[in-house]
Write a protein that binds this ligand. Structure first.
Ligand code: UT7
Length: 332
């Protein structure tokens, strides 16, 4: 990234709703077992919202913490980008709802649709607003209420997903400060049918038929997504490292999207990364789509695995397909 102005992560905060949905709870809903879920995915439990709670509510909790940690007030935020697949409504955007709830009276912004790459894409977009000099302080959010689009009669998908939010505040960095270094992103639209929600958009507006045929839920070809995710996580990671003259061994921490323990482990193994440098927290949260990477960063901070100046690689693969990587030095 040819940064006109270096950009750093100045604050990070995360939130998950209090209600926990365990593998044991899912055993009562579909034909599955705690053992199968744990073995095939690494997930034990996930958090889900109570009725009436939406993505902006989760995002707000995370945003308040991130703004405070950056030593700012909401009025300092000039731009908000929310990576989400489950906005409160199709319109207005969740960024607008969040701007009002947070009291970020000077901010403009929008939602960004990149599914599980929502946070990496939003981070890149937010960073450009500062790099170009357009804005000083930016709020980047990854938040999803996946339980609102999950079919709890489909055992192949309902075991995977959870709800959550993460927010980062970006600010200008000094010349010698740790900063965001580079990004690489790709899309491959041929993968669309492998992971999608067929109805509710302009192609198939809501109708009795779309509801009767359960078209407002996540549909997935798990094996196709799995293979693509392992291959692309390694590929995009190597690309961004190579062009910065770095090797996987130079990383202090690898923070991948949390979809399946086996995907993360396979990609990390291909990169030659030891377990100690890889954050895996999906055991507690499942796949929270746009929120997994900030939640994983939050776990790393809480576990004392992340300190100022550490070299960190974020990587994501999601529906679309979308692929993303962001290389940075940790900013606080
Ligand atoms: O963020 C990106 C979004 N998604 C992903 O990254 C997900 C990527 N894919 C995956 O994580 C995995 O493909 C899954 C976890 C979804 C599935 O694991 P798998 O090892 O690929 O299983 P499979 O689809 O090959 O199914 C194996 C067996 C099948 O039974 P048969 O045909 O062998 O008799 C399934 O019907 O496991 C069965 N199965 C289950 N059994 C118990 C599928 N889901 C379940 C379940 N409980 N929940």
């Amino acid at each position: 990234m040819k940064s006109l102005r270096p950009v750093r992560i100045a604050g990070l905060s995360t939130y998950v709703p209090p209600r926990v949905l365990t593998n044991g709870d899912l055993e009562k809903l579909v034909d599955t077992s705690d053992e199968w879920i744990l073995q095939r995915t690494g997930i034990r439990e996930r958090h889900v919202v109570d009725p009436g709670i939406a993505t902006s509510d989760l995002a707000l909790e995370a945003a308040v913490g991130a703004v405070a940690q950056a030593g700012l007030t909401p009025a300092d935020i000039e731009f908000i980008v929310v990576g989400t697949t489950t906005p409160d409504t199709i319109f207005p955007s969740t960024a607008c709802v969040l701007q009002e709830k947070l009291g970020a009276s000077r901010a403009w912004g929008f939602d960004l649709g990149a599914a599980c790459s929502g946070f990496t894409y939003a981070l890149t977009v937010g960073a450009q607003m500062i790099a170009t000099g357009a804005h000083d302080h930016v709020l980047v959010v990854g938040a999803d209420t996946m339980s609102s689009i999950i079919d709890y009669t489909d055992r192949t998908t309902c075991i995977l997903f959870g709800d959550g939010a993460g927010a980062a505040v970006l600010s200008p960095a000094g010349e010698d400060d740790p900063a965001i270094m580079d990004f690489a992103h790709e899309i491959d639209g041929s993968g669309g049918p492998s992971l999608c929600m067929p109805a509710g958009g302009s192609r198939l507006p809501a109708s009795h038929e779309t509801i009767d045929t359960r078209m407002h839920y996540v549909k997935q070809d798990g094996q196709a997504v799995f293979k693509f995710a392992v291959r692309k996580t390694e590929e995009i990671s190597r690309r961004v490292l190579d062009r910065n003259g770095l090797k996987p061994a130079d990383l202090d921490l690898f923070v991948s999207h949390q979809a399946n323990r086996r995907i993360i482990s396979a990609a990390a193994e291909r990169l030659g990364l030891p377990e100690s440098k890889v954050i895996i927290n999906l055991e507690r949260f499942g796949n929270t789509t746009g929120a997994t990477i900030p939640l994983a960063l939050g776990t790393a901070v809480a576990d004392g695995k992340l300190k100022r100046g550490d070299l960190v690689l974020l990587a994501s693969v999601g529906a679309g397909f979308t692929v993303g990587a962001v290389l940075l030095r940790w900013g606080f």
